[in-house]
Ligand binder design. Structure first.
Ligand SMILES: [Zn+2]
Length: 293
């Protein structure tokens, strides 16, 4: 799924943070603990910014709004995320009502290097991309994709990167639906609420993939082209790489289904493709028996 070179887009929701980050939002007690644990990572930092709580905009970091052409999105990660976001905004504004979400609003997307602050604490590439419900932000460090390909054997590729963005966007939809808050995040295991939540986010990502080529920029130019077979394959490869069983195997551990929180490689692929082929109507992972997950 490459971008139409002639398209041009500017999402108000995506920001690129530059410079050294790491200001941590939260109470004083937590800060001390985190500083202790993360002292190596944050070596050389001005500690006072942590104790002061950090500015909401990201401590010392500067936030920059992005404006991109399709040609730039084909070449750069930041613009790819920007272009992905613009189509996700259109897709969900149209689709959220089908899920009973009457007042849809977009999440923010924060692109950063190394570490930054979030409403859920410090973000770093050690954590991987995540969605923070309290500030409705998606946090993505581009280096995560190197880890995915080098360490977990994913094929990589532009659509595979946007799949991760779309998955996190799916968690935002779940927040608006109210399901994110209902699931106990300690409830893990092969048929747990956590696994159902994650598989549904994969399905939502697939549903966006199936419709993403419909959307246009302000001048009416198509933004994303139809995904190719190779790009679909690369995305499946990413979904497989981040299956709980694969992650445990790559870490040299025995596979322990009772600890699963995201689903197996096979389940993640199935729910992604289910969304891709059938749309959001097929994404009710909470309504199926455990044997059909
Ligand atoms: Zn997730």
């Amino acid at each position: 799924m490459t971008f139409n070179e002639n398209s041009r887009f500017d999402s108000k929701n995506v920001q690129r943070r530059r410079g050294r980050g790491g200001a941590i939002a939260g109470g004083g007690g937590v800060l001390v603990l985190l500083l202790g644990l993360l002292s190596t990572q944050f070596l050389g930092f001005d500690v006072t910014q942590f104790l002061g709580g950090g500015a909401p905009g990201g401590g010392q970091q500067q936030a920059e709004d992005l404006e991109c052409t399709g040609a730039e999105a084909n070449a750069s990660f930041d613009c790819r995320m920007e272009g992905g976001a613009v189509t996700l905004e259109q897709y969900w504004a149209e689709t959220a009502p089908q899920l009973g979400v009457s007042a849809y609003n977009d999440p923010t997307v924060v692109l950063y290097d190394g570490s930054t602050s979030s409403g859920c604490g410090s973000a770093s590439n050690a954590v991987g991309p995540f969605y923070c419900p309290s500030d409705e932000g998606i946090y993505i460090d581009g280096q995560f994709f190197d880890i995915l390909t080098q360490r977990y054997g994913a094929e990589g590729g532009p659509l595979a990167e946007m799949y991760v963005l779309a998955h996190e966007w799916g968690h935002h939809i779940q927040k608006l639906e109210g399901t994110l808050q209902q699931v106990d995040h300690r409830d893990v295991g092969p048929t747990s609420g956590m696994v159902r939540l994650e598989l549904q986010a994969d399905c939502y990502a697939g549903a966006w993939m199936g419709s993403a080529s419909q959307y246009t920029d302000d001048a009416g130019n198509q933004i994303l082209r139809e995904p190719t077979r190779d790009e679909i394959q690369q995305t499946i490869s990413s979904a497989q790489a981040i299956g709980d069983d694969n992650i445990q195997e790559q870490a040299g551990m025995e596979v322990q289904p009772e600890t699963f929180s995201h689903g197996t490689s096979e389940q993640r692929t199935n729910w992604l493709m289910r969304g891709y082929q059938e749309g959001v109507g097929a994404c009710d992972s909470f309504g199926v028996p455990g044997s059909e997950l």
